[in-house]
Each structure stands twice: as structure tokens, then as C-alpha cells.
Design a protein around this ligand. Sequence first.
Ligand SMILES: CC(C)(COP(=O)(O)OP(=O)(O)OC[C@H]1O[C@@H](n2cnc3c(N)ncnc32)[C@H](O)[C@@H]1OP(=O)(O)O)[C@@H](O)C(=O)NCCC(=O)NCCS
Length: 139
Amino acid sequence: MEIREATLGDVEQIGNLMRSDGRRAYTKDLAIDLIENSQSLCLVLTENNQIVGSLGARGEGKNSCWLYYIIVKEEFRKKGHARELMKRFFDEARKIGAKRIALDTPEKEFFEKFGFKEVGRLPDWYEDMDQVIMYMTLG
Ligand SMILES: CC(C)(COP(=O)(O)OP(=O)(O)OC[C@H]1O[C@@H](n2cnc3c(N)ncnc32)[C@H](O)[C@@H]1OP(=O)(O)O)[C@@H](O)C(=O)NCCC(=O)NCCS
């Protein structure tokens, strides 16, 4: 298992991964934007050179960071890959001086494991799930 910054050569595989999650509207265009923007981060997690996980985030404002997405390929879940991606993301966010991280997600319980707290909610954003706005400060 390896985690590295994505390159433009990875965007097709990242796009396929994003498409496999039916709820999300994100596409490879987001990955391209994050790879090309210096205040942004696009990570990929590989197993045997195949991309099985990805995370995208962007530095915003003075010391804030928005986490756009994290995804792990279905058959590679529950092995700690997302936790490793989050760990690397926190390291990179600290490097750019980020002190506050925010995101929106239907997966509240997953992000609570990392210290995020609910600060808002969009009821029934997805057919059967709310979109939860979450926030944490980086220690
Ligand atoms: C959410 C997701 C990224 C988790 O990936 P994963 O590799 O299976 O997660 P990990 O194995 O690293 O699990 C890390 C921890 O989160 C927990 N966890 C994993 N998925 C969870 C979920 N859907 N809800 C609550 N907790 C979850 C695990 O039990 C583990 O907890 P532990 O360390 O205390 O045992 C993955 O299910 C996914 O890609 N889902 C679709 C995309 C998505 O919803 N992304 C989040 C919104 S952007």
C-alpha cells in the first residue's frame, strides 16, 4: 500500500472511483482542478499500482481547509485505508498551516471518528440521508 499525491495521469482512475459512489456528483474534473491548484491536495492510495482510494481537499482563506471527498473502492474497504488517507491529509494540512477543516457528508459517523463535529444539516439531501456539515480544529 502506498499513498502519494495524484498526477494528471491518475485522473481517469480517480474519476472511475468517484463514479462508483452513486451519491456523489464529483467527477475527474474536480481531481484535475485539485491537482493543478497549488493550494489543493489530491491523494491516491494504491495497492499493486492500482488506485483503490483517493482524497481531495483545498486550502481556503487564511488557515482553513475544505475536505471535498474521500473514497475507497468497495472491495478494499474496512482495512484501514481511509484512516491512512485521513492521517496523511492531516499531516499535509498542518504543513500548509491549516487550523480549521470543514466538509459536508452523509457519513457523519465516519468523520466523528476523526474528531469532526456536526455544525449543520441539510435534511433529506440525498433520497434517504441528510447532508451533514462538519467542522474540526487541527491540534
Ligand atoms: C467512508 C469510507 C471512505 C471508509 O473507508 P474504509 O477504508 O472502509 O475505512 P477504514 O477501514 O479506514 O475505517 C476507519 C474507521 O472508520 C470506520 N468506518 C468505516 N466506514 C464507516 C462508515 N461508513 N460509517 C461509520 N464508520 C465507518 C471503521 O470502522 C474504522 O473505525 P475504527 O478505526 O475505530 O475501527 C468508504 O466506506 C467509502 O469510500 N464510502 C463511499 C464514499 C463516502 O461516503 N465517502 C465519505 C463522504 S465524502
